[in-house]
Design a protein around this ligand. Structure first.
Ligand code: DQA
Length: 146
């Protein structure tokens, strides 16, 4: 099955312990299980990766993008300042959807800016875990027309 890279940035390994009002109660393992199940409906396979380190995320994208057809990424706080992650996503040349569990547009001013979104075909924010299902749908639609 075609592979979608599901990438999580810093602190997302702590889901389930982080502020539930912003990030919900599911753990990262719960989230990955759910997205993996949802992906099967689109005949897509999920390959997940989480790191607290910007370089490790870039290494993963560089190593895996050739064998994948799309990316779903929640870059965590790197969203707001990582130009190198932006560039890695552009270089990967894959349709990419950025997902945020919380609504970044209604939070602190610095959080409302995404430097990675311009490398993406869409950004989904504030829908919790459901945002990942929307991202899958968006990618599946995009892949169907390509
Ligand atoms: C987040 C939003 C970011 O601002 C924050 O730094 C995160 C999670 C979200 O999913 O809502 O770590 O990407």
């Amino acid at each position: 099955m075609p592979i979608i890279l599901l990438i999580h940035g810093p602190n997302l390994n702590k889901l389930g312990e982080r502020a539930a009002a912003h990030y919900g109660v599911l753990t990262l393992a719960d989230l990955e299980t759910k997205v993996t199940e949802d992906a099967k409906r689109f005949s897509l396979e999920i390959k997940s990766f989480q790191s607290n380190h910007e370089g490790a995320l870039i290494d993963f994208i560089q190593a895996e993008s050739k064998s994948a057809v799309g990316i779903i990424i929640n870059p965590g706080a790197l969203t707001h300042y990582s130009y190198s992650l932006h560039d890695a996503l552009v270089d990967a040349g894959l349709p990419t959807v950025e997902v945020h569990l919380s609504d970044i547009k209604s939070r602190e001013e610095w959080r409302q800016i995404s430097v990675t979104a311009p490398a993406c075909i869409g950004q989904i924010s504030g829908k919790g875990v459901a945002g990942y299902a929307d991202a899958l749908k968006l990618l599946a639609e995009r892949l169907a027309v390509d």
